[in-house]
Design a protein around this ligand. Structure first.
Ligand code: OFO
Length: 169
């Protein structure tokens, strides 16, 4: 059985995962109307979908442990970006924030001696290591590319392969 405090923490994490999905969905929609970045667009749509899965996994866990997962109201995310580089910088910042929030949930799980939740959250810890690494790689590549159009062409061409290779590590 989840403690009230643990349930509140997990419900706030559900909101964060839902927000992440919305944030990346907005990036996807913005990218879709920019010329020539079809794979960047696909990457953002996929990432948004993954975040929705992270949210659902938490919802099921809370309900299975005798709690009640609450579906949150969400603020409208940032809709447009000055450049692809800005969008990926925002993505990295957001993932770092998500990792910090998972860490806070883990601290509470330990304080509450809730080892089942602690164990469950380890999946998110591993996932965040991967997602931060992925976001850093993308940011590093975009930094190198700068304003080079052919570099951007290759970035779009390779983004799905790069993201798969980091995720399968
Ligand atoms: Fe990328 O955040 Fe979920 O866990």
């Amino acid at each position: 059985m989840l403690s009230k405090r643990m349930q509140e923490m997990l419900n706030s994490q559900i909101k964060i995962e839902a927000e992440s999905s919305q944030v990346y969905l907005a990036m996807a929609s913005w990218a879709e109307i920019q010329p020539g970045i079809d794979n960047v667009t696909a990457f953002f749509y996929m990432h948004s979908e993954e975040e929705r899965q992270h949210m659902l996994k938490l919802i099921h866990f809370v309900n299975e442990r005798g709690g009640f997962a609450t579906v949150p109201a969400l603020p409208q995310p940032q809709l447009t970006f000055p450049s692809i580089k800005h969008a990926f910088a925002a993505l990295l910042k957001h993932e770092v924030f998500v990792s910090e929030s998972i860490n806070k949930c883990i601290e509470v799980a330990l304080e509450e001696k809730d080892y089942a939740t602690h164990n469950f959250l380890q999946w998110y810890v591993a996932e965040q290591i991967e997602e931060e690494a992925l976001a850093r790689t993308m940011n590093d590549k975009l930094e190198l590319i700068g304003d080079d159009k052919s570099g951007m062409y290759l970035f779009d061409k390779d983004i799905l392969t790069i993201s798969m290779s980091i995720e399968n590590k």
